[in-house]
Design a protein around this ligand. Structure first.
Ligand code: AMP
Length: 176
């Protein structure tokens, strides 16, 4: 059954940022501290069963959820940023989005060999962003322990793309 608390807090914006796309807006969730806290606790519940050495957060909305999770778990927070934002030496990966193309980067020094890394974003659609993040993590000789999102859009096929790893979301939406 769909989680009603989260369902009610996520706004659907049709034809944004392009015609034909339904944008799932989590800002309505962030302005309700109880709902935000509820989501963080749900995510932490999932994390409890995993050996997590670090949390990798996807720019930008992934940062918001990943920061309290990493802090609560007492592990490093690794920022996965859009190209050109990080000042140090980086690993890089390019991929296609539900709408458009992108390149992401992570500081090489942030990934330690052998780490089990939880990768966290607000929403998982095609799985392209998370898959690109996985390739960066593997360049650093670490591995993905799980992918975690608030929202999953399974009709965009992320389960197939990420199938060899544990994937968890708090709520799934079907195509409208
Ligand atoms: P993907 O790589 O296709 O799984 O896309 C995931 C990333 O794009 C996340 O960082 C989301 O914030 C953003 N995104 C993709 N599709 C949507 C959507 N329909 N609504 C809101 N955010 C989206």
């Amino acid at each position: 059954m769909k989680d009603k608390i989260i369902d009610d807090a996520v706004r659907r914006v049709h034809d944004f940022p392009k015609k034909g796309i339904c944008f799932y807006d989590i800002t309505g969730l962030l302005v309700q501290p109880k709902v935000f806290n509820y989501c963080i606790n749900k995510m932490l519940e999932f994390c409890k069963i995993l050996p997590i050495d670090a949390v990798a957060a996807i720019e930008a909305r992934g940062f918001v959820f990943a920061a309290p999770i990493a802090m609560q778990l007492g592990v490093p927070l690794i920022l996965v940023r859009k190209k050109g934002k990080l000042p140090g030496e980086v690993y890089q990966a390019s991929y296609s989005l539900e709408y458009g193309e992108a390149t992401i980067e992570v500081h090489k020094s942030d990934i330690k060999k052998g780490q089990n890394i939880l990768v966290l974003d607000d929403l998982i659609a095609t799985g392209g962003t998370l898959n690109a993040t996985r390739s960066i993590i593997e360049k650093g000789e670490a591995s993905v322990v799980a992918f975690l999102g608030v929202i999953g859009l399974p009709f965009l096929n992320y389960k197939e793309v990420l199938k060899d790893k544990l994937v968890h979301t708090l709520i799934e939406f079907e195509s409208e």
